[in-house]
Design a protein around this ligand. Sequence first.
Ligand code: ADP
Ligand code: ZN
Length: 747
Amino acid sequence: MKNHTFVAEPQLSYRGGDRVAVLLPLPLAGAYDYRVADGMELAAGDFVEVPLAARTLTGVVWGPGSGAIAEAKLRPVRMRLAAPPLPAVSRRFVDWVAAYTVSAPGAVLRMTMPVPDALRPSAPALGYVLGHVRGESPSVPALKVTPARARVLALLEDGMPRPAGEIARAAAVSAAVVRGLITAGALIKCALPAPEPPPAPDWRCLGLALSAGQRAAAARLQSAVGAGFSVTLLDGAPGSGKTEVYFEAIARALAQPARDSVTDAQVLVLLPEIALGAQWLMRFAARFGAMPLVWHSEIGTAERKRTYRAVAEGRAGVVVGARSALFLPFPNLALIVVDEEHEASFKQEDGVTYHGRDMAVVRARLGEIPVVLVSATPSLETVENVRSGRYGAVALPSRHAVAPPAIELIDLRRDPPPKDGFLAPTVRHRIATTLQAGSQALLFLNRRGYAPLTLCSACGHRLCCPHCTAWLVQHRLSGRLQCHHCGHAQAIPPACPACGRAGSLVACGPGVERLADEVAALFPAARTVLATSDTLTGPGAAAALVTAIEAHAVDIIIGTQIIAKGYHFPLLTLVGVVDGDLGLAGGDLRAAERTFQLLSQVAGRAGRAERSGQVLLQTHTPEHPVMRALQASDRERFLAAEATARRETGMPPFGRLAAVIVSGADEAAVEAACRCLAQAAPSAADVRVLGPAPAPLALLRGRHRRRFLVHAGVKVSVARLVREWLAAIPIPASVRVQVDIDPISFL
Ligand code: ADP
Ligand code: ZN
């Protein structure tokens, strides 16, 4: 087998007096020239400290200098950091992503160096040992040995250095006691031994015995490893064993012979909503005998630093992370897996606006490695790429030994819930029989809080966010009204703020908290749990919930999409979708697709083990193509209908879109900028520029927002078009222009 390819570093080096371009992690137009200091030797990718105005910044040597700065003004590079250089493939990735997303290269570079601290050697951790043998030291003659102090001294008698905090804990004394002993000279500082690196995942561990279909799929994925760039869709119903199958590809990648004797092959798995990946991590550990490294926004600084360093030094075998993990400086990445590739949460909406799945494909191409896209409900983009032959596909036969659950549409027009309720009589009845059978039920409603709207029954006034074009969501658990866009929160007022009538405010529509009240009234004996991002806060909350559900400490789960994904609960046999129409409202391009994906996924929670499941989908529009396709479990028909509609309108993936959002606190300045942009808008045969129009969220966090939408033919490079358009227009500093290539959100 061929060793997997990697991108060779150019052998260019720069010596004292040479001019080099250094890219700084700032939104500047490009790299700046610096002079290599005398006696210094630099190569592309080196992290260096350079002066910028009065500051000293860390940047990366990007290549030879451009000559843009006069020799006399050239400032010297201060020093080279003793960190592994940014690999050539990472540097090309930065340039590529910047060009594609119409971002400053430095803004993308910043994503590859998110832990500046990790670029410096860490000071050795310090601990304490006994400063003298008790009673023998003339230098500490008068140490008063209290019982607490005695415990510390006894603890340290073994000579093992320990951090101060650990000493206090182990000896059951306060930090002050330890400090007192340090001051008295009874304890002295020493370096702690470096911690043992955690065990690495071991590809030699054996996985589950795969079915014939799973084996065939695994073999296909494995054959792509080490064979250059490829994209393969791993397609299979929830529970068909996709995770087990791509684990085999990971094992193969890890078994690759090392590029050199120092580093091993690295694997990156991107998962949405990583914080909830407890079940995934346990399965990984069961398969490979060790935990992977984890990367997402919630991990602490120390762990970020360790992980970044391990990746950069080529030590991290497997990293599982959110989309930002894609920008880690892997020197030897051999495989990328994007699980739940259709997930909208792979799209980053602020700062550099990029799609994690699409950029994973780019990263794989630049690194000449395979990428596996995994989904039970692949995006239309991916399906189209498979159809045209650009991507390969491997399908897993239906569910591992269990029939897929039947989906029943509950027509709310014929089977309406009683007044003030949201569950249809049929659904109420089925919950009762499910509980009687000793099984669990999941009620899915993708709305946090108690009610999405609060209005005055006297004057009709609706309570809105003062900073956004949005209703305030009523949260009764916290007793507050919240804006889900900007985080604004206020107490629920006792009287209508418009007409002053007391006690006139009423909650409209259902949220999960309100549904929980209904369920509690209907099934007072059932153990019910709310699973939303409001209730699952803090580390371990999600894992604890998963354990409670697995242990049958819960009968009814009421949850948002947070619980819809990836979990496997053997006793869960009934899934009720409370508002199947919710995602179809709003009318954006992918509303039907997203609804289909989300509801298929929720449906997949039912009856995944021995007990067969049922899914009840409450809807006002049972005739809608999405509902019909769901009922018939006919994904192909749905995709075909969706593809036809998009092709006819030239919408993605059969056309290109780019959004340009102009925003600012001063509405007049925003409008003036929009007028200039509109006048210079590109025009070509297969390019249309729509707008400027007020964005649906015309006011967001106090900023006025206008949108342009560029709609172009599939061959048009919209990034270049937008870049050239914007470059020609001076925009005042008070106005922000944000570019979103291939937008997912149209708010
Ligand atoms: P998917 O990723 O397609 O949803 P999973 O890989 O999570 O499917 O598999 C669903 C469940 O079935 C898991 O609990 C998994 O351990 C189990 N499973 C899958 N394949 C096998 C197999 N060959 N033997 C035993 N259990 C399996
Ligand atoms: Zn708001």
